[in-house]
Design a protein around this ligand. Sequence first.
Ligand code: AMP
Length: 371
Amino acid sequence: MRIGVLGAGQLGRMLALAGYPLAKSFVFYDMSGNPSAGIGDVVVDPLNNRIEDFLSQVDRVTYEFEHLPVAIAETIAQHKPVHPSPRSLQICQNREAEKTLFGQLGIPTPQWQIADSAESLQQAAEALGCPVVAKSNTEGYDGKGQAVLRSPEEAAAAWEAIGHPRLMVEKFVDFSREISMIAARGQDGHIVIYPMAENVHHDGILRYSVAPAPGLSEATRVEAEKHMRALLNELDYVGVLTLELFATRDGLVANEMAPRVHNSGHWTIEGAHTSQFENHIRAVSGLPLGNAEARGVSCMINIIGQHGDTKRILELPYTHLHLYDKAERPGRKLGHVNILADNYEELVWRVRNCAEFLPGSPEFSCSLTEG
Ligand code: AMP
């Protein structure tokens, strides 16, 4: 079976690496003109006029990034099976549709309003109570196209700075940490859910993911899994879905979802019995899903901007290094290191040792290290 992947970055690369043992082959469709997967066949098509060529080479299609026109996914779906469905893609691209769906399914979110002018942004800030976060309703990711308003008077400047005709305005959540939940749903409707991860960001970029997220109560887990199942079933979803959440005093609050494998799930490559990549390929291929339980406790460290001392990292007996074969550039994701341990204490010690060899890596701090 030849699987077509829309997008050709490191997520696609890792999907292929997981798919080869299952005798899948891969054709990537790249619209950026700059594919980095470095594996499989690639159709480079910045002008979108080689889709037929791409489709003639594949049996089914999935994606590794969600910022592609829904119309392209819909056109493709007329010719080949596409998983997850274009509807899932459409909802994940639109914060208003996403939060509306969360609300319908009883999934808690920050309070929100839509603004379509500087005046309505100011009114939303007044109604919700500052601080609020204003985000472009579409096309935003990793904190881009966002502004925090400390008072409603900042509305005009924020509207100008974001420069988008429709904004999602959310009450600022005073969260203690960020959590993500990753799950896969197969074509038969079977669902597997990974232990949630605790995610540490710096300058809007994920740096560390610890899984299973320490200190989450059983009741919180059961509640979050109920929400995940509701989402997957409502969307008749096939593949891996990621839900990003804020941990607050009142429980978990949903931020957004991504219709794909996710950076906060890279720990699953060695840290779970079946990786998120393999389970995505299994789901898309109509195969039974694999065990999503953790093998121990894990931390993923992202390698950002500079590769650091690869040799020293490899010398550590507990590291699993994954490099994406990309050139160094500030802020660029070049690879990650997965570290497993038998307990959290040992994990923190190992992560700190390894991070020494990654220049520019912020000191490892998370709920485990804060007294
Ligand atoms: P997003 O693009 O929605 O994932 O937002 C990027 C980051 O901004 C999140 O990971 C949070 O750290 C922060 N953020 C987003 N929305 C809120 C919110 N309502 N309250 C507080 N922080 C937020």
